[in-house]
Design a binder for this molecule. Sequence first.
Ligand code: ATP
Length: 247
Amino acid sequence: MSEAQIEAEQADTTTQTVLDVSDLRAWYGPSRALHDIALSVRTGELVTMLGRNGAGKTTTLRSIVGMVPRRSGSIIINGTQTIGLPSHRIARTGIAFCPEDRGIYASLSAEENLVLPPVVAPGGMSVEDILTLFPGLRDRMKSPGTKLSGGEQQMLAIGRILRTGARLLLLDEPTEGLAPVVVQQIGAAIADLKARGYTILMVEQNVRFASTVADRHYVIDRGQVAETFDNATLLADFDRISARLSA
Ligand code: ATP
């Protein structure tokens, strides 16, 4: 490959990179949770972070959206350096975070929960689009948050970030605690979002589920990226890799 071709390819890669994290460190009080995390996600990719409990996966997502008390390094989202920005400014770069606890307000109805987050960019899904993606929510819109099942709460939590117009979605363990049939529904919705061109970075404990939806994977261990591989590698070596991740 000529130098010009290499430069062209590098420029192309840069324009396609939606999220570029390097040297990311994060602290809770005096204790350091992340040690120089580096990862990147390109337009339309679905990338997971796998790893044991306490490895630093959630902290990485929370750091990217400015929700940890102290962090340093570089986080470039859609070309904007966000490391020094507060979370409400980070949201305006077109990113949205769906937390592990789903963050559904018990005192609000499903519908009120759905329309709560501010719209940050044009092109967000309408309530009707969201109900088409998650038909099970349609009859539950007037129900209070407390009355929703875990699966309905997860659908609502994903649905409401789709309203904001964000095209880069951070999902923290979307299948956690859900029955297999609901995991399948969530998987179908995530595959649909990928087909619509959304870019997704997802933390997932369920390696089997991750292998059905993702393009690439990062393994996080003790606050660092231990390994990275594409989904074909995971599928080809599934038993060994998943055994190591759960050991
Ligand atoms: P899990 O799947 O269990 O959530 P994880 O890989 O997402 O695991 P993190 O939640 O990011 O891991 O935790 C990374 C480290 O930071 C762990 O040692 C954890 O105990 C610590 N930690 C996480 N949240 C806090 C907090 N709010 N205050 C203090 N320490 C924390």
